[in-house]
Design a binder for this molecule. Sequence first.
Ligand code: GDP
Length: 424
Amino acid sequence: MVKAVVGANWGDEGKGKITDMLAQNSDIIIRFQGGANAGHTIVNNYGKFALHTLPSGVFYDHTTSIIGNGVALNIPVFFKELNELIERGVPAPKILISDRAQIVMPYHILLDQYEEERLGGKSFGSTKSGIAPFYSDKYAKVGFQVSELFFEDSLREKLERVLETKNVLMEHLYHKPLLSADEIFDELMRYREMVKPYVCDVSAFLYEALKAGKEILLEGQLGSLKDPDHGIYPMVTSSSTLAGFGAVGAGIPPYEIRQIVTVVKAYSSAVGAGAFVSEIFGEEADELRRRGGDGGEYGATTGRPRRMGWFDCVATRYGCRIQGTTDVAFTVLDVLGYLDEIPVCTGYEIDGKVTTDFPATGLLYKAKPVYEVLPGWKTDIRGIRRYEDLPENCRKYVEFAEEHIGFPITMISNGPGRNDIIYR
Ligand code: GDP
C-alpha cells in the first residue's frame, strides 16, 4: 500500500519528522518532486540532520530510499549529504536513483543566481539552487536524464546544442563568462561514476514491490500553497507539491495511493515572497520565530528567518482539500504553550465581504485576516502521549482547527523527536 506525506501550507510543516516516524513501518520511501532547494530537519538517535535531497527514510536499515523521476537531482549535493550521514555514524542506506530522474546542471544554478541578480528587488526570493531553470529545461525538452550519462556520443552532441542557447543568455543578457562544453562534459562524466551504483528502473522496481505487498511512502517537499497550479502563483515552486503528482513523480498507478497524510502546522510560517494573509510582524513575530520548530524558524537550506503568522484555517482547509487528505498530522503544537491567547484566522475579508474560500492570487493580495481568539493553555505539553492528557484549552484548539479545516486530525506532534506523537 502507498501512503503520501505532503504539506498543506507553505512548506516547513514538519513533513521530515512525520516521514521519519512513518518510515519505521515502511519498506520504501520515495522523493517524487523538488530538489535541494528546501530541507527537512530530522532529529533521531543519530543526532540532528538537515536533509535536502535524501529521502527521510535513510536512517533505517530496513528501508530502501528512492530518488524518483520527478526530482531535480543535484548529484554533488546528493553525495555530500550521503557522505556526511555515513561520517556521522549512520549505516550506509540502501538507495536507488531513477534512470529517468533529470540532472541539475551546473549552469542551472548559475542561471538561477544571475536571474535573481538581474531581477533585483523584484526577485522571487529563489534559493538559487537551479530549480526553476531545471524544470524550465525539463519541460522545454532540453534537460538531461540520468540515463543519458551512459551514452557519451549523443550526450556530448546534445550538450553542445543546448549550450549554444545558454551562452547567448550568458553573453548578452547576463554579461557573464561563457560555458565550456568540455568542462561540463567532464563534470557529467564524474557524475556518471557517482550515480552508477544506484541507477535503477524505478517504476519497474515499484511495480514488483507493489505486487509483493510492500509498504511504500511518498515524501513531498514544500506544501499545497507552493504548488505551481494550485498555489500562490507565481510565488510557487517549479514542480507539483501535491500527492496526486506522487504517482507521476515516482512512477506508480494513481489508485495505489490509499492514504494521504497532510502535515499541517499549528501556526503559520513561510519562506520567500508572496501573499501571506495571517502574517504577523514585530516582537510578536520574533517571539514565535525564536520559539518555533526545534531551535527557531530559520530555513533548513538557507538559514533565512521564516515569515511568521497565526494559524490560517482558510489556507489550510484549501491546502488539505487540494491534496486529497485522508489524515491530518497537526505539528509543532507544543510551541504555542507560551501564549495567553491565540488568534486563529477563520476568514478572509475581500472587498468588504468575508469568505472562507481560498482565492486565486489576484484576490489574495486584497484579503485581510478575520481572527477568532482562543485561550492558551500556558503549559509545556511535550512528553504527553495520550490525547485525553492534553490540557483542555489545547484540545479545544485542536478541535477548533479540525472543525474549520474539515479533515480529521489523527496525529498530533508535540516535539521534534520520533516519539513525540499523539494518535487520535
Ligand atoms: P519539513 O520541511 O516539512 O520537514 O519541515 P522542517 O524540517 O523545515 O521544519 C520543521 C521543524 O520543526 C524542524 O526543525 C523539526 O525538527 C521541527 N519539528 C517537527 N515537528 C515538531 C513538533 O511537533 N514540535 C516542535 N517543537 N518541533 C517540531
